[in-house]
Design a protein. Structure first.
Length: 211
C-alpha cells in the first residue's frame, strides 16, 4: 500500500483523537461513530493493513479534515488546543515505546479490555472506564502529562473524563502506528503539503454519494 497514505491515515487518527477530546472538554458531547473508530483501533493488535486498523478510511473523515485544516493553515489560524494534543500524543508514544515494562502492562490490559468489549459493547461505560484506567496507569505516568483545557462543568463529569482518557489512549495507539510506519516530527515539519494533499485526496475518495 501507498506508504504516504498509510502515514496520513495514522496521523489523521491522532488528529481525530485530539478533535474529539476538544469536543468533550468544550461541549460535553462526542460523535459516537468517530469515537468507536478510535476505541476499536486500540483492540486491533494484528491488523492486515493500516486501513484495517480503523475499519475503513471513511471512518477517519473527521481526523482527515482536522489534519488538512490544521496542517494547511497558517499558524494564527490553527486551533492551538488540537495542535497541542497532537504534538503531545506523538511525543508520548515515543516515550511509551522505550518503556518495555509499561508496554507489557498496556498489552495485557488491552487484551482484558478486548474480552470485556466482547462481553458488553465497544462503547459501554465499563469498557471506557477500563481503558481510562489503563491510560492513567501507563501513558499518564509519562512526562509531560497531557493537560486538557475546557469547561469545568464538562471536565468534572466522570464519564466525560473517562472518555477523554480512553480517546487519548486511542490517539497514542495511532501515534505508535505512525511511528511503526516510519513517521517522524521532521516529516510533519517538512512534508506538511504532501500530507495535506493526501488527506484531501482520501476525503475526496470517501465522499458520501448524493442520493
Amino acid at each position: 500500500m501507498n506508504n504516504l497514505k498509510d502515514k496520513t491515515l495514522a496521523l489523521a487518527a491522532v488528529f481525530q483523537s485530539a478533535t474529539l477530546v476538544k469536543d468533550i472538554s468544550t461541549k460535553g458531547s462526542v460523535d459516537q461513530h468517530d469515537m468507536q473508530t478510535l476505541i476499536s483501533a486500540i483492540f486491533e493488535i494484528n491488523p492486515s493493513s493500516t486501513e484495517a486498523v480503523f475499519g475503513h478510511s471513511k471512518n477517519l473523515r473527521t481526523g482527515l479534515k482536522a489534519l488538512s485544516e490544521q496542517m494547511g493553515a497558517s499558524s494564527d489560524e490553527r486551533d492551538m488546543d488540537i495542535t497541542r494534543y497532537v504534538i503531545a500524543m506523538l511525543h508520548l508514544q515515543g516515550k511509551l515505546l522505550n518503556n518495555n515494562e509499561m508496554l507489557d502492562y498496556l498489552s495485557k490490559g488491552i487484551e482484558r479490555g478486548k474480552q470485556q468489549a466482547e462481553h458488553f459493547s465497544l462503547l459501554h461505560e465499563n469498557v471506557i472506564a477500563n481503558l481510562a484506567g489503563l491510560y492513567s496507569d501507563t501513558v499518564s505516568q509519562l512526562q509531560p502529562k497531557i493537560m486538557v483545557a475546557g469547561e469545568s462543568q464538562y471536565l468534572s463529569n466522570n464519564d466525560n473524563a473517562n472518555k477523554i482518557r480512553a480517546l487519548l489512549l486511542g490517539g497514542v495507539r495511532a501515534g505508535v502506528l505512525w511511528n511503526q510506519l516510519g513517521g517522524s516530527r521532521w516529516q510533519i515539519l517538512f512534508n506538511r503539503k504532501r500530507f495535506v494533499e493526501q488527506a484531501e485526496q482520501i476525503l475526496a475518495d470517501t465522499q458520501p454519494a448524493l442520493n
